[in-house]
Structure formats: C-alpha cells, structure tokens
Design a protein around this ligand. Sequence first.
Ligand code: CP
Length: 327
Amino acid sequence: MNHTVTAFDGLAEQKDLHFGLEPAAMKLRHVVESQQFTLPLLMELFGRSRGMERIVARGGSLDYQQRIMAMLFYAPSTRTRFSFEAAMHRLGGRVLSTEQAHAFSSEVEGEQVEDSIRIISGYADVIVIRHHEEDGARRAATVSAVPVINAGDGKGGQHPTQALLDLYTIYRMRPLDGLSVAFIGELDQGRTVRSLAYLLAKFERIRIFFVSPPEMQMKPDILDYLDRHNVRYEVESDLNRVVGEVDVVYQTRIHPARVANQPILRNYAIDSSVLPRMKPDAMILHPLPRTVELDKTVDSDPRALYFRQATNGLYVRMALLTMLLEQ
Ligand code: CP
C-alpha cells in the first residue's frame, strides 16, 4: 500500500524523541498487552497522535481508503468502539463491525474465536477485538494473518489502547518522569489500571498508590512487575491519605454489588468535597463509563480531563492504526 506523508505530520515534529532508532526498527505486529510498548514506540505513537490532532482538525485524510478494519466486540463498549471506527473513517478507511459478537457472530453456533479470526483476517487489514475472556485477544493474534488490537479482554485482563490514550493525555500536560499517580477503585478487575501500570513502569521516578477496599486490591502479578522494575508503589485503603500528594487521580468504577459494606463506597468517590484537597495542578482521569464514584459536580473543575481523555482516544487510535497498517 502506498500512503502519503500527511498522516505522519507529528512524526517529523517528534523526530528528536526517536532515541536514534529508525522507524523501521520499531514495528508493531499485534497490540495485545501494554508491555509491548518500548519508550521509542511510545514516543513514535505520541508524535503521530499530535499529527492526528491536526489531521482531524482539517476533517481527516484519505490515506487509508483502500484499507478495511474489522471490529469484533464480544462485550459492550461506547468509547473504544466509536473511537476506533471514527479513527478509521478519519483516515479514509472502511469498517466492518459486529458490536454484539456473542449474539450475532457464529460464536452462537459454537465457533471458537480462532476460527472466526482466521476467516475475518481474510477480509480485513486489521482486526480490533474486545473479548469476554482474558486470553481472547492473544488467542486471536496467534492465528491472525493481519494485525490484531486488544480492545479490552476479560474482567482482569488488559486494555492497552486505553492505557496509551491515558498516558498521552498526561504527556500532553506534563513530563512523564517523576509522576505520582493514585489508582482508585476496583483494581483487581481494572484492566485499564493494569495496562497503565505496565506503561508507567517504563518511566523514571514514578510513584504509584493503589487505593481500594482491601478485597479489590491490585493483583500480585502487577505488584511483582513493579518490584522487578524498581517502581515505588504503596497499597492503600484510605483515599484521604494520598489525594493531596499525587499529580494524577485516576478514578475507576466500583461495582456496588461487589461491596458488602455499601457506605464504604463513599470513601472512594471523587466529589466536590475532595477537590480542595487535591494539588492545584493535578489531573483527574477516568476511563469511563462512570457511576457514583465520580460526581458530576467535578466536571466543571479545570483539573477534570476525562472528556478530553476520551477525545484523545481518537487521535491515539488513528496513530496506532497507521503504525500497524504501514507494514
Ligand atoms: N473506556 C472504555 O473502554 O470505555 P468503553 O467500554 O465505552 O469502550
């Protein structure tokens, strides 16, 4: 495929961040887990994402008009599905989509994901999959003839493209080295938190606080990874002890049905009473959707970045598609 240079405006701007590696040395085949992203790959992605902001402002490009993206979603989604579809349309490409693959694909007849992917990879140039099992995206990538992107797998798997857009949102505001982050919520099943923790471990002087009811704390695999990479972290059950110390308050959902002591949910909510205790230049992120853990009164606070975060998903996913499709 012959693509013009317009989709890569941001890359030239960020050339100094390539760490001496040629782009050809930084190819991605599939995106299954966030650990795959090296610092040079992240910086290439972020450079391209800046370029995509300008391309979207111009209305998009036609560079990928001969390319097809297949969307195979076995679990519900608003942001991930729409932003991937918008990303491909803004690049000029086309989209095949099944948003309820558990009901409207041949899985109903007992077809395994491997067979579905073998078939679909003959029709499309890239496949985006949200699978209800933790290993679904990896199984898909193993057999696919075209790049596979994990759009969230299982309850406690990963959501690497969410973590990429989360990190890009922070990167647009401040340097990533030296960052302190509080992850709040249902961390044992928090695939976005898991993916972002892996990415943060690639930067210097990171400090992480995992804040949740004890029965929902971050699983040992992530804590072991952080230990191995010398990342400072604390496991905390009291939000009050950390909310004034951190640069990023990363809020996530807690499903009320999982909490026996319902009033305790209030201790993990961000509302107008928490805002005065946060740093004046802190950032409030949330992958969304939200329920009671993030009050709407927070929306007007200049530190609330979660809607911009969702918009950044468009730019980052456009950039990622270009990186995968240019191979
Ligand atoms: N953040 C996120 O993954 O949202 P959706 O479930 O709406 O895609």
